[in-house]
Design a protein around this ligand. Sequence first.
Ligand code: GN1
Ligand code: MG
Length: 348
Amino acid sequence: MKQIIRQFRLQSPLASCEPLGHGHINASYRVRTQRGPDYLLQRISTEAFHDVPALMRNIAQVTAFLARQAENPGHALRLIPTLDGRSYYAAPDGQYYRMYNYIENTLCLEEAQQPRDLYACAYAFGSFLKGLSAFPAASLCETIPRFHDTPARYEALKAAIAGDAAGRAASCREEIAFALSREQDAPSLTEQLARGLLPLRVTHNDTKLSNVLLDKGTRKPVCVVDLDTVMPGLAAYDFGDLVRTGAGTGAEDERDLSKVTFSMDRYALLRSGFLDACGDVLTDGEIRSLPLGGRLMTLECGVRFLTDYLSGDRYFRISRPEHNLDRCRTQFRLVRCMESCWAELTGG
Ligand code: GN1
Ligand code: MG
C-alpha cells in the first residue's frame, strides 16, 4: 500500500493507512500523514467499472464544478493528483487508485440515528442535484451503462435464472416469483423518460444515506460522496434510492424481516429534505414521479441482489453465504410495504 500512496502528492509524509467504510464495490482507506492532513484512498472496482479513465474524467469535472459553488472549500471533495499530475494511479497489476482530501469531523450513517438525519441526507442529495442542474450532462460518460434501466436489470435477472450458474434457483423460488410478478412495473420510469415526460438530469444514482457526510457537531450535511455513478439520470432515481435506504426500518441485510417495515414519517422527512433543496428546479412531472422512484429503485435493487445471488455473488461484496439473498429479501419486503400504502404515498 505504501508504494501506492507514494504515487500521490501528499502534503506531509505518510503515517498510517487503515480500511474504512462499508461499500459493496470499491475498497476505501483512511490515510493519515505525519503533520496532517488526512486523505481518502480508494481502489476502484474494475469489476463494476469497465472504463476507469472515463469515470475519473467525470469525477474530475463534477468535483471541480461543485467546488466552485462550495460555500466552505473544506467541505468540497477534491481529487489529489498523482506525482505526474493525473487524477488516478494505474498500478502495474491493473488496479486503479484515486485519492481525495479527507473531510474531517463528519459522520456517515448506515442508518439514521435521529429523524433530522433523514432530512439532512435528503437535503444533501437535493442540493447535489440542483448544484449540477447547469452542468453539461452530455459531457459525462455512462460509467455503468443502463445502471437504473430497470427493464435491463430484469433481462439480467432472467438470464441468471436460466443460467443458474451457482445452482441456487431452486432454493429461491419465492423471491424469483416475487420479482417476476412485478416485471410489468419495470419500465414505468424509463418509458416516461423515452416519451419526454421526465427530463434527463445529472444525477448521483447511488444516493444511499451512507453516501452523505454530516457534520459531527451540527449534523448538517457537509458533502455528498461516492461519485462513481454520477451520470445522466432521473430525479426519481436519486430520490428513490434515498427512500430505499432511509424510509425503511432495519438494515439492508437484516435477516429478521419482521424488523423491516416502511415508515411514512421517515418518507415524509426525506421528501421535505429533498424538495426543500431542489423542489424549485423540478418539474411537476418529476415531483409526481418521486414515490414511484422509491418503489422502483427498491424493486430494482432487490432484483440486482437476487441476480448476483443466482450468479454466485460476483458483483456485491458479501460476508456470509446468503448475504445477497438476505439483502434481496429486505428489498422485496420494502416493496410490498410501499405497495400496501401506495394510495397514501402518492396522495401526499
Ligand atoms: C452498491 O458500493 P456501494 O455500497 O456504494 C451499488 C449500488 C447499490 C448498493 C446497495 C456501483 O453501492 O448501486 O444500490 O451497493 N453500487 C454500484 O447497497 O453498483
Ligand atoms: Mg457506490
